[in-house]
Design a protein around this ligand. Structure first.
Ligand code: RRO
Length: 312
């Protein structure tokens, strides 16, 4: 019997596939649909302290090789997601879910994390350090000084399981510098990667999304090689207590297999989930299990991180 079960931060999940934050997770209804699908768990849309309308539409476009978005952090506010997660803790006490969040400023991030710390929330928190789409707000994790300051302040009071969502990095020195910072803190995971920020997609003579004159985060097939490189670079550099969640370009079981081979303990599906709906989880799981069966792997530990190099 082949199993795709996994663990993150000591919590067990019966499948390693889940949604990527931003897709199918804005409302309780969408979250319930992911929860009741073949996915192992869900993560909420990144929550800010208060409700946000986000950027003007059109702000998300599926395109043949992926997607482009400039949503601008629309969400229902922390309490909406936290209340739902607290309800689920009662009705589904044997499952663990992820809460994604970030403030519009470091101060707001601390206010939010202190509320989560003070609540009865027993799940996993993902701090989004990589939103590319709020005009005037740079992607936090491209600024190593600010990132380190936030993490050092957060771990002075936050004791619940916490991981971070990262933007893609493109330079070996940046992998080294980022990993050296993350290794100083009791992070449970890093999630690689958010969308590749500020791409431009053109149809005929026009952009396809309204905000920022068409600039937006790129997801889907375009980004798999970058995502795999980030997963593996951090798998090689981070202390073993910090697990990796792999996100980016997962259309098939083969894509999920490659993320795990690069070191991922959980694999998230964004653009494909948007295109195909929650049926994608069952299809990708079936495809992943078929690959594992053919190779004689019974569980993810049999091949996680075991990417082969060409010697000499
Ligand atoms: O809401 C968004 O525009 C958005 C966010 Br917060 C993010 O982290 N990644 C992304 O592609 N879009």
């Amino acid at each position: 019997m082949v199993s795709t079960s996994t663990q993150i931060a000591g919590f067990a999940f019966d499948n390693c596939l889940m949604n990527a934050a931003g897709v199918a997770c804005m409302t309780k209804e969408e979250l319930a649909e992911v929860k009741d699908s073949a996915a192992g768990t869900f993560v909420t849309k990144t929550a800010t302290l208060e409700f946000r309308q986000g950027n003007p539409e059109p702000r998300y476009q599926d395109v043949p090789l992926g997607s482009i978005n400039s949503m601008g952090l629309p969400n229902n506010g922390l309490d909406y997601y936290l209340d739902y997660l607290l309800e689920l803790q009662e009705s589904e006490p044997n499952r663990t879910f992820f809460l994604s969040l970030v403030g519009m400023s470091p101060e707001e991030t601390h206010t939010i994390l202190k509320k989560v710390q003070a609540s009865d929330f027993k799940g996993i928190t993902e701090l989004n350090l990589s939103c590319p789409n709020v005009p005037g707000k740079p992607q936090i994790a491209y600024d190593f000084e600010t990132t380190e300051k936030i993490l050092s302040e957060v771990f002075a009071y936050f004791t619940k399981p916490l991981g971070i969502k990262l933007p893609p990095y493109f330079d070996i020195v940046h992998f080294d510098q980022a990993a050296a910072i993350f290794n100083k803190y009791p992070l449970k995971f890093v999630n690689c990667v958010n969308s590749i920020g500020n791409g431009l997609y053109i149809e005929d003579e026009s952009v396809v999304i309204r905000p920022k004159n068409g600039f937006g985060g790129i997801g889907g097939q375009y980004i798999k090689p970058t995502a795999l490189a980030n997963v593996h670079a951090f798998y090689q550099r981070l202390k073993p207590e910090i697990q990796i969640i792999g996100t980016g370009g997962v259309l098939t079981g083969r894509d999920a297999f490659e993320h795990i081979l690069c070191g991922a303990s959980m694999v998230q599906v964004g653009t494909t989930l948007h295109k195909e709906g929650v049926a994608a989880f069952e299809r990708i799981t079936t495809e992943l299990k078929a690959i594992m069966e053919e190779k004689g792997y019974e569980n993810l530990e049999d091949f996680r991180g075991k990417l082969k190099y060409i010697e000499e």
